[in-house]
Design a protein around this ligand. Structure first.
Ligand code: F6P
Length: 364
């Protein structure tokens, strides 16, 4: 068994709610073993930049309720190029692969850490794991994403809170929708996965839910909205995942040209032509915010303590996962072999939605 004295933690990829709860619980679980924790700023950038950017994390740091806030107190990065690093004077410098390797090794040595917890996606874990191997320390991953498509785990940190945020937004849109006899469209995040749209759509009593995993026809969207009007319903609620293609099979991109955004506007333009009174709302990054709900905090508690036990037992290259109601762990290489987990078109929630009369696309 390795003699652990000090461990590191970093957050990587898009932020979400619950990251601070993980950080807090890692610090408390490590502290009860008598270990010290250091938080690396801005994913791996804190280790690559000179001077390094990090902070010691102590139990007393959480006298302020960071753990109950969204975002990450360590900062993160989902676009960064590690080869370009900030210098103390604000300018940047370009580093080669070799220099990055050296800086990581040097950083780990200076901090005196024997393990690094990566709270992020499997892509980040894979990258950091290589550096850790080379520096001779272990890597333990904790999955987070509001998209809930992380391979190997039924639940990721941040998803439950995001479902709450979107459900709340749908409730709020409903009041205007019913007051004005309107069709309200909510466009939600999820890249290629529709979990957030599906869960929040059912929780928020939507009439139509479109996800990238299920084929739909524009005609049947219109038919559903006409049907609910005929039944005397004053409003319609449509939830569209950002990764849904237009009926012509095109993705709509945000101005950055990388992330999806704007498919709801396509529907507004076309539904208006059909005579509907319709508005679109792109919920955007508020979906990654909010006070973490208790189930995310509980997941953070279970994942953090599991990660600390893994380190105590000398494990390396493992990812903490939640499967069929239990927390366990998997080898990172196994996780990387599994594709991201999309919505199952024949899954229980899709069936529930159909039983409720929600149009969720075609039954193939
Ligand atoms: O992966 C999480 C996610 O929230 C996606 O659903 C979304 O498309 C993306 O991040 C947006 O990321 P950003 O705008 O921060 O680059």
């Amino acid at each position: 068994m390795t003699q652990v004295k000090k461990i590191g933690i970093l957050t990587s990829g898009g932020d979400c709610s619950g990251l601070n709860s993980v950080i807090r619980n890692v610090v408390f679980a490590a502290n009860s073993k008598g270990w010290e924790v250091v938080g690396i700023f801005d994913a791996t950038d804190g280790l690559f930049s000179r001077p390094m950017r990090y902070r010691d994390l102590k139990v007393s740091d959480f006298d302020f309720p960071y753990a109950a806030l969204g975002g990450t107190m360590l900062g993160t990065n989902n676009t960064g190029n590690p080869h370009i690093q900030k210098k103390a004077d604000g300018t940047t410098e370009e580093l080669t692969d070799e220099e990055l390797n050296e800086r990581f090794k040097e950083g780990v040595k200076e901090l005196g850490i024997s393990a690094l917890i990566v709270v992020g996606g499997d892509g980040s874990m894979a990258i950091v794991s290589k550096y850790c191997k080379m520096a001779g320390i272990s890597m333990i991953g904790i999955p987070k994403t509001i998209d809930n498509d992380a391979p190997g785990t039924d639940k990721a940190i941040g998803f439950a809170t995001a479902v709450g945020v979107v459900t709340n937004a749908l409730d709020n849109l409903t009041t205007t929708a019913t007051s004005h006899n309107r069709i309200m469209i909510a466009e939600v995040m999820g890249r290629g996965a529709g979990h957030l749209a599906l869960d929040a759509g059912v929780a928020g009593f939507a009439d139509v839910i479109l996800v990238p995993e299920i084929r739909y026809t524009y005609e049947n969207v219109v038919a559903k909205l006409k049907e609910i009007q005929k039944k005397g319903k004053r409003f319609g609620l449509v939830v569209i995942a950002e990764g849904v293609k237009t009926p012509e099979g095109k993705h709509i991109f945000a101005a950055n040209g990388k992330t999806f955004q704007g498919v709801s506007q396509y529907f507004v333009e076309h539904l208006q032509e059909e005579g509907f009174n319709v508005r679109a709302n792109v919920l955007g990054h508020i979906q990654r915010a909010g006070v973490p709900v208790p189930s995310d905090r509980l997941l953070a508690a279970r994942f953090a303590t599991w990660a600390i036990d893994l380190i105590a037992n000398g494990a390396d290259n493992r990812v903490v996962v939640y499967q069929a109601g239990r927390v366990t762990d998997m080898d990172l290489n196994m996780v990387l072999k599994i594709a991201n987990t999309p919505v199952d078109p024949n899954g229980a929630l899709v069936k529930t939605a159909r039983s409720l009369g929600i149009y969720v696309g075609e039954e193939d």
